[in-house]
Design a protein around this ligand. Structure first.
Ligand code: NDP
Ligand code: X2W
Length: 315
């Protein structure tokens, strides 16, 4: 039995993780009740008893949890942004590169990826690694998230008319200072020398996400073609139980919906192209709370605990 403490278990991500772990015979789940869940001493005790702690907290509280456990043997999975480019932490995207799942399995401290970077890195990292995209390529990322991506505060803003920042919008773009907190992890883990321009948005749907990287083949390496890009992605995820690369590149596909894999822990990748124009649209569909957060945390937990990688996942 693996003893798991979920810190932040009543937040949006925490609840998703608890749902996936509850009732599993291989896991003993430790949660703190409402009165003690923010109590530092109670959290420190829970950390002392756990084999693995999953942090589903704002960045500052995640750093605090790690500090509380400085001298303890507990291993961490941190769902926050706090440690995603920290060289002392292993980046928790098992499909990032060959052998990376084994690194996560042996790691003490694993940083769960951001939801948007999960889509971006799945599309771009293999192409940089295979030399189809130069490391200095000037990339742009357009993405739309369901509103649960902003946690309890954004859920309230979309669902409760009475709150201070209530909104009735159907869709809004944001990140307009062009310094979103996900950019450093996108650049670092894709192996890019130039930071991508990131244009995120939110739509009035609870969960689901589309991440898109449009590419001019003129900006790619000389031997890059849509077929080679498709083949590189298929090779990178061959046999993956979580990441799938669609083979249907039909130009007349009517639409790709934000709900495509919502409610699952899958990640679906697409290469749409017009070879004559030299235009490609790399698109990822995921659930911000699935492979974008809770599903990824459970996948990492399984790897770290030596359990079947997909146990408890919604595939
Ligand atoms: N939502 C998403 O799609 C994704 C979220 N993440 C990341 O996961 C983390 C959690 O996000 P999310 O679940 O959306 O956020 P929520 O705001 O929904 O939940 C955060 C939870 O942490 C609790 N909390 C805050 N401070 C403390 C503390 N000091 N001690 C104990 N508990 C505390 C909050 O308490 P209270 O209920 O009282 O507010 C809340 O329950 C964040 O770092 C976020 O960036 C990552 C990927 C995707
Ligand atoms: C819609 C929305 O607001 N999304 C969040 C990101 C959600 C997420 O991935 O959380 P992490 O930052 O921990 O990765 C944002 O843009 O800040």
């Amino acid at each position: 039995m693996v003893k798991v403490f979920v810190d932040g278990s009543v937040g949006t991500t925490g609840l998703e993780i608890v749902e996936r772990l509850s009732g599993r015979p291989d896991i003993t789940l430790h949660l703190l009740d409402e009165a003690r869940r923010k109590d530092a001493a109670a959290r420190a005790d829970a950390l002392a008893e756990a084999d693995i702690a999953i942090l589903c907290l704002p960045d500052e509280a995640a750093r605090e949890a790690v500090a509380l456990a400085e001298t303890l043997p507990v291993r961490f999975i941190d769902a926050s942004t706090a440690h995603r480019v920290d060289p002392d932490w292993t980046y928790g995207f098992p499909e990032l590169a060959p052998g990376h799942a084994a690194r996560i399995a042996g790691a003490r401290r694993v940083s769960n990826p951001g939801c948007y970077p999960t889509g971006f890195l799945a599309l771009v990292a293999p192409l940089v690694r295979e030399g189809l995209l130069p490391a200095g390529a000037p990339l742009t990322v357009h993405a739309t998230s369901g509103y649960s991506g902003g946690g309890k505060a954004m859920i309230a803003a979309f669902e409760e008319a009475g709150v201070a920042d209530a909104t009735d919008t159907a869709f809004h773009t944001y990140g307009l200072s062009l310094s979103h907190k996900h950019v450093p992890e996108m650049q670092r883990h894709a192996g890019l020398t130039l930071a991508p321009i990131f244009a995120p948005a939110v739509a009035r749907t609870y969960r689901g996400m589309i991440v898109e990287v449009p590419l001019h083949l003129a900006l790619c390496s000389a031997d890059a073609t849509p077929a080679r890009i498709q083949a590189a992605l298929e090779a990178a995820y061959a046999g993956s139980p979580v990441v799938e690369v669609a083979r249907d590149q039909a130009l007349d596909r009517a639409a790709l919906r934000i709900e495509h894999v919502a409610g699952t822990d899958r990640l679906a990748l697409f290469v749409f192209s017009n070879p004559a124009a030299g235009h490609v649209r790399l698109v990822a569909a995921l659930d911000n709370l699935g492979k974008g957060a809770g599903g990824a945390a459970v996948q990492n937990l399984n790897l770290m605990a030596g359990l079947p990688e997909t146990a408890g996942l919604r595939l």
